[in-house]
Design a protein around this ligand. Sequence first.
Ligand SMILES: Nc1ncnc2c1ncn2[C@@H]1O[C@H](COP(=O)(O)OP(=O)(O)OP(=O)(O)O)[C@@H](O)[C@H]1O
Ligand SMILES: [Mg+2]
Length: 346
Amino acid sequence: MGPSTKSFEIFCGTGGVGKTTLATSRALFLAGRQLRVLLITIDPAKRLKDLLGLKDENIGEVTSVELEGQKLDALLMSPEKTIGRMATSGNTPDLASNRIVQILSKPYGGMNEILSLVEVQMQFESGKYDVIVLDTPPGAHFLDFLEGIGKIRSFFDKSFVEIFAHIGQKSGKAGKRLFGLGLINKVVSAGVKKLLSYLQNVTGAKFIEDFVEAVQIIYQSKDAFLKGLSLQEKLREESQCNWFLVTSVEQGKAQEAVDLKGHASHYIHKDHYLLLNKCLESVVSEWKPMKENLKAVKSSLEDQEQGLKSRLRESFTNILEFPEVVSLSPAEHLHFLTQKWNAYVL
Ligand SMILES: Nc1ncnc2c1ncn2[C@@H]1O[C@H](COP(=O)(O)OP(=O)(O)OP(=O)(O)O)[C@@H](O)[C@H]1O
Ligand SMILES: [Mg+2]
């Protein structure tokens, strides 16, 4: 068997532990195995951009890169660009031009996670890739989002259907613009009505119109959203997705990984991997200090790391170790970590 032929590989973990570097090294490793690889980072932080030598104009666009002699495609997520692609592929130009959709699809506008699933799904459907490697933002937010998908789905299935039953009744007679406030009177509660009339006073009636229009436009693109959400089931499948929880030997980070795993246990399948990054053992073991006090330092470092590893083994079955690369250059970190994947059969 060659390396993983799973369609998805996801890297998650807390801040600064090496998710982006390890996801990139993994993508390069897989590309080196003649797989067609797309590396996507959801995180708007720009480390991957520097690492891959991408420019500002590449943000949000699938870009071919060549690194370490390997070719692969990379995409730094831009929710606005994803909305643009959805609008083109679904032939719903209004989706990209509605003001409220534009606000929601700013990087922190609240649609970031759902749009990243839609994007991954669109890229998967393109059939261009054997594997999509996903670098997620730090912390449990993305996992929380995946767990909450049921709620979003039932919103599309139930609330939208109710709203559109009303729109159907009204728009037949009165046309697109006229039903707005009548619709809102019918379907929203008194509290929301008050809020909307307040908003109408401060923002003008245009806001309400835009709002109703946004709901309608999002509904027109509902199939693309629902397809993106259905990706969640593939990510749960052992046969389709590798999950990599990344942590590093730095103080406190290991406990964060254990917490994150507890948090995500309903979500991540049991066959996931813990990547323990920045291990010092191999470097320290080559160090042969002569002085007694340095010998003590050496053995305390070793004890610390071994203690940490045995604690982690209580919570994780599959632990892959990656060494601390003694260099200041991110390119060298990447180079050595890419080699290191050869040590593991997956
Ligand atoms: N094994 C390693 N040895 C030495 N340096 C490393 C190693 N892994 C990562 N680094 C360095 O650590 C820094 C943080 O790595 P990286 O950006 O990959 O972490 P991250 O988890 O993606 O961070 P963030 O949570 O901010 O997205 C980078 O400068 C990277 O080059
Ligand atoms: Mg990162």
